[in-house]
Design a protein around this ligand. Structure first.
Ligand SMILES: Nc1ncnc2c1ncn2[C@@H]1O[C@H](COP(=O)(O)OP(=O)(O)OP(=O)(O)O)[C@@H](O)[C@H]1O
Length: 260
């Protein structure tokens, strides 16, 4: 689904060129849940921008679904640390926003509005927000806003979901709740995920594969398969194997930070 081959990305920078990624190679299979972890500033967000076509590589190639990425990738949904819901729209209207913008939904929006509303309500029900569709974002907690943001990123049925630290601003309990929401959505809808996170437990609980990046200029130094059986529940996070995994990932990141 995603193939980065020997990618380098250099930003012009205000005080001179900044090479964010150098020789980055990554493969993510269709339907896979991939996590990307690494030290601060190693180029994780840059990687996301390359895959979604917001920026072009300085060298190397980026392919999504077999095609070279030459502009914004329409098949991708995105969610970020900040839910970024529009404050003047209700939750339902926020979730429906991509259908007003993304073709082919855009052309059918007026005609099929009732069906689209049903679709948005069904998604809100899955994440436990069915009763809050008429609320405004400012009437809801950060966790509820992030649930709505996930629905908005999935309403146009993207084959690929790109998540840049979506739960980083939430408290530990809410974060774990949201892990389960994301797990259930992924299992139900079958999209491919790339999750950038600083939280190694989050990566271990959710991902099939965890890619560890080096310090800047970033590249993938290790790709680990996570083979805890699915469906997983939060109890897996309290097993010795899970602790061992987190410990080893932490050691690897400390090592690449020191090498920088
Ligand atoms: N537009 C830009 N111009 C110049 N340098 C940039 C630009 N965007 C990012 N950088 C630099 O490129 C490097 C990688 O940035 P990026 O945001 O991809 O890292 P990150 O791993 O997502 O960081 P963090 O973990 O702190 O969120 C950083 O050193 C950053 O300062």
């Amino acid at each position: 689904m995603i193939v980065l081959d020997n990618v380098t990305l250099t930003y012009p920078g205000r005080t001179g060129p900044v090479t964010a990624l150098a020789g980055t190679t990554l493969n993510v299979r269709k339907g896979e849940f991939a996590a990307v972890v690494g030290p601060s500033g190693c180029g994780k967000s840059t990687l996301m921008k390359l895959v979604t076509g917001l920026i072009r590589p300085t060298a190397g190639t980026v392919r999504v679904d077999g095609k070279p990425v030459t502009g914004p990738v329409k098949m991708a949904g995105m969610a970020f640390q900040n839910a970024n819901l529009l404050p003047w729209r209700t939750v339902l209207a926020n979730v429906m926003l991509p259908l007003e913008i993304v073709p082919p939904y855009r052309q059918r929006f007026s005609r099929d509005k009732a069906a689209f509303q049903d679709k948005a309500m069904a998604l809100l029900d899955v994440v436990g927000l069915g009763a809050f569709a008429d609320r405004f974002p400012w009437e809801m907690s950060g966790g509820m806003q992030q649930r709505a943001s996930l629905c908005r990123s999935l309403i146009h049925e993207p084959a690929l979901l790109m998540l840049d630290e979506p739960f980083a601003a939430l408290d530990a309990f809410t974060r774990e709740e949201l892990w389960c929401v994301l797990r259930d959505l992924w299992q139900k809808l079958g999209f491919t995920v790339v999750l950038v996170t600083h939280d190694l437990r989050e990566a271990g609980f959710l991902a099939d594969t965890i890619h560890v990046m080096s310090a800047r200029p970033g590249h993938i130094v290790e790709s680990r398969t996570v083979d805890f059986p699915r469906p997983r529940d939060l109890d897996v996070c309290y097993t010795p194997d899970f602790t061992q995994l987190v410990h080893e990932l932490r050691g690897k990141i400390a090592e690449v930070r020191q090498a920088a």
